[in-house]
Design a protein around this ligand. Sequence first.
Ligand SMILES: COc1nc(N)nc2c1ncn2[C@H]1C[C@H](O)[C@@H](COP(=O)(O)OP(=O)(O)OP(=O)(O)O)O1
Length: 155
Amino acid sequence: MTLCAEVFVLDRPNGRMLLGRKKLGLGAGNYQGFGGKLEPGETLAQCAVRELWEESGLKAKEDNLWYMAHLIFLFPNKPQWSQDVHVFRLEHWEGEPQETEEMKPEWFDLKTLPLTQMWDDVQYWLPQALEGARPKLRFIYAADGRKVERIEGLE
Ligand SMILES: COc1nc(N)nc2c1ncn2[C@H]1C[C@H](O)[C@@H](COP(=O)(O)OP(=O)(O)OP(=O)(O)O)O1
């Protein structure tokens, strides 16, 4: 299964989170964290830093990444969409968000995250993860590839 790293950028002093509106490919139109597939020889943290830079123009140090969640997304009817994603939180970075070919970054108040415009799984784990939980979950999507049908714990 495809292994990915994803970063959620949190500006805690101002109570806001940076999300990217995906412009291309799987999930286009959705808001999500910045992330993508591991390249050969890369660690999860290296992948997270690279993807953040490529998709938002922000520079991060690996030491500033905090592990937030391990999530597996299964699409029984579209196995090529299934992903094993390790999610990080980042609260210190350098630079200003830039729109890229893949993503349009946008700040959201933490109290009004656009959960209905994100992948359906996000509502089930992101609010808890922001409170400090470290969810480890498997989401099985329905045949339409849009709604979560079942949630299982990992391990
Ligand atoms: C249901 O599926 C998903 N839910 C959530 N919450 N996040 C997902 C889901 N599928 C993908 N993602 C996230 C995880 C990664 O951050 C990215 C990977 O998406 P994609 O495979 O489209 O990645 P690309 O940006 O095209 O990857 P490369 O830059 O490596 O080509 O989305």
